[in-house]
Design a protein around this ligand. Structure first.
Ligand SMILES: *Cc1c(COP(=O)(O)O)cnc(C)c1O
Length: 393
């Protein structure tokens, strides 16, 4: 814990930023332009010959988006980053950059559902193969690797059970075989975890969640080694999954309060997890900060904080769980997480609605499971709200 590389509030407010902005603006300017003009032909030629460092066209770059990229790279301890219009745009562009026909990809089975679908469904149409391995199981991972394996993908922590893989082991298994590692670190944020420190190659964020932090914008960012990030940037140039300058501004602004928000969300979620674990109407709680969590030891070793997500099962059936959620007055019922507002959802009815109870059980989603994303409201208010909703069960 308390890693000295943990980004400070100062880094969140100023990291990767020039001392002075154009027009003497204190805040980052939103450069709202689709293209950039050249003063004359000589300037164009100088740019084309690689002698001028400037922008060319909106799909290839934007100064406001550059600032966001610099900030996230700075926080992750990376030298390079590339921003996208959403988290999934970042994830899919990264995977597309790293695989080709007959390549093999390994995913941990609890990885983000759309990421899993992209590899197991969409990319299999193009001859990309895959293996799913149980969450955090390094023995199964090692056994799954083949000569054609190009990429291993995991979330950290995962959703909804907050599994934390052992990154050092993961990197030690993959690096010698030149298998790239991609960690979706959306739930951790660089304040709580910096996977690159453990030898991971690439880190991706849905900036829609904690980085933006206000539930008001979609964006994604990939950071990592410059050579790899540049391959992914080339894919963005073709797919056009560019981050809009307005969106980049909002995320960049959101990041200024990241370390304050995360500090509050870490401590609030810990208090909520402890409260829930001691409550008779709660069957089980998953939170990496609890000694009872299967990945507690790895989390303590690698994370500076355990995050703002708490997952638990209440003592109720599908409908009773819905009534418990309806009785909560502060969190709103919505997908997503990581913003100032607390959000709550019943995964059985949100992401897994189309499955039968038996199919849900097979993928580990119980009908009485609740996912609670802790916002920045007062901890006492959130606990009092949970207490009264549990009493009504
Ligand atoms: C939300 C989310 C994504 C997708 O991000 P979007 O911004 O919604 O496209 C990817 N990974 C994780 C872990 C997420 O929570």
């Amino acid at each position: 814990m308390a890693d000295k590389k943990r980004p400070s509030s100062t880094a969140a407010v100023h990291g990767g930023e020039p001392r002075h902005f154009p027009c003497d603006a204190l805040t980052a300017p939103i450069v709202q332009t689709a293209t950039y003009s050249f003063e004359n032909t000589a300037e164009l030629v100088s740019y084309m010959e690689g002698r001028a460092d400037r922008q060319e066209y909106g799909r290839y770059g934007n100064p406001t988006v550059d600032l966001l990229e610099e900030r996230v790279a700075h926080l992750e301890g990376a030298t390079s980053a590339v921003a996208f219009g959403s988290g999934m745009a970042a994830v899919t562009s990264t995977i597309l950059a790293l695989v080709k026909r007959d390549a093999h990809v390994v995913l941990f089975s609890d990885c983000y559902r759309r990421t899993r679908q992209f590899v197991t469904g969409f990319l299999s149409n193009f001859g990309v193969e895959h293996t799913l391995v149980p969450p955090a199981d390094m023995t199964a991972l090692e056994a799954a690797l083949r000569p054609e394996t190009k990429l291993v993908i995991s979330e950290a922590p995962t959703n909804p059970y907050l599994t934390v893989p052992d990154f050092e082991k993961l990197a030690a298994i993959c690096a010698p075989k030149r298998v790239r590692t991609l960690i979706d670190s959306t739930i951790a944020t660089p304040i709580n975890l910096r996977p690159l420190e453990y030898g991971i190659d690439l880190v991706v964020h849905s900036a829609t969640k904690y980085l933006g932090g206000h539930n008001d914008v979609l964006a994604g960012v990939l950071t990592g080694k410059p050579g790899l990030v540049s391959l992914v940037r080339d894919v963005r140039h073709m797919t056009g999954a560019m981050c809009d300058p307005h969106a980049a501004y909002l995320v960049h602004r959101g990041i200024k309060t990241l370390s304050l928000r995360i500090a509050h969300q870490n401590s609030s979620a810990m208090a909520i997890a402890e409260f829930l674990e001691g409550h008779p109407k709660v069957e089980q709680v998953w939170y990496p900060g609890l000694v009872s969590h299967p990945c507690h030891d790895v989390a303590v070793r690698t994370m500076d904080g355990f995050g703002g997500m708490v997952t638990f099962c209440v003592r109720a059936d599908l409908n009773g769980t819905g009534r418990f959620i309806d009785a909560l007055e502060i969190p709103k019922i919505a997908p997503s997480m990581g913003g100032t507002e607390s959000l709550v959802e019943q995964p059985a009815l949100m992401s897994f609605f189309e499955l039968s109870t038996a199919q849900r059980e097979a993928v580990g989603i119980k009908n009485n499971l609740v996912r609670y994303s802790v916002g920045i409201e007062s901890t006492e208010d959130l606990i009092a709200d949970l207490r009264s909703a549990l009493e009504a069960l």
